[in-house]
Design a protein around this ligand. Structure first.
Ligand SMILES: [Zn+2]
Length: 91
């Protein structure tokens, strides 16, 4: 059976949509998300952020972002995460 959305793809068994259209829906649904950071020990919410078509990197303990390299032409960002070996348990 043809995908009812794009009519190019073949619908997955048990659905009326192809994999590509299903993935596009998932991306769209997740384009805007809320991230909540809480302390496991207390349950206290430490930070809440809403991001849309963006990313959020979360570090805990002795991990930190040491570098950010952006390549706009390629649509790529490279993040360097390091371990502060002088600040507790090392990896
Ligand atoms: Zn489709």
């Amino acid at each position: 059976m043809r995908c009812l959305t794009c009519s190019d793809g073949i619908a997955r068994y048990g659905t009326n949509r192809c994999d590509r259209c299903t993935r596009a829906d998932r991306r769209q649904a997740a384009a805007r998300i809320k991230v909540t950071i809480s302390a496991t020990a207390t349950g206290e919410v430490l930070e809440e952020r809403v991001i849309e078509n963006d990313y959020l990197i979360v570090c805990a303990g002795n991990r930190y972002v040491d570098g950010v390299q952006q390549y706009p032409g390629k649509g790529t960002t490279v993040l360097t995460v390091k371990t502060d070996r002088g600040a507790g348990d090392a990896a």
